[in-house]
Design a protein around this ligand. Sequence first.
Ligand code: ADP
Length: 198
Amino acid sequence: MAHPKKEQTLILVKPDGLKRGLAGEIIKRFESRGFKIVGMKMVKPSIAHTKKHYLPTRAQLEGMGNKTLEMLKLSGKDPVKTMGTDRAIEIGRMINEWNFQFLSSSPVIAVVFEGPHAAEMGRKIVGHTLPFKAEIGTIRGDFSVDSPILGNLNKRPLRNIVHASGDAVEAKREIRHWFSKKELFEYKRVDEGIMFDR
Ligand code: ADP
């Protein structure tokens, strides 16, 4: 297991975040919390690359599909008419396909942040997947307003500006996928002493 100070997470400023000029704001929130940038680059990922980035399990696909089904029900829309199916897994697969297309549609900023509980805290800084459920003070809660219904009607993923690894295990796999060892750096921030030392 890595030293507690050395846990890492992958953050992507997705196409909508970059095009809205939010890259600096997103990076700032992690940096000012105390996380250290140990890798950063701008890339335009290929479809093949995004397919290896999003590797949801069947349960995760069903979860995405069920969120859409719930939203459709709440707004009185027929899933078969709007999505072509009422099967959660099929809808999840569709959203996953839209994610491949969207993430590879423009450059993105990929950043590896390091620090204690990086993945778990990263999720908190970013906020809930669905913008209307994201708390104020989180990145998504402060800067995104999209709804899955709008996304689903337009056959595109929800625009929630940023990706954050789900947990430490997922982060390791994602960081290996986006960064080579040579692209990750070690150095000391001047405030590490006051944040961590005796
Ligand atoms: P997160 O990005 O918070 O880890 P997920 O892994 O569940 O969320 O989903 C990946 C991305 O797929 C989301 O960030 C969002 O852009 C898109 N997405 C998820 N669920 C839906 C949905 N029901 N409708 C449209 N897009 C969705």
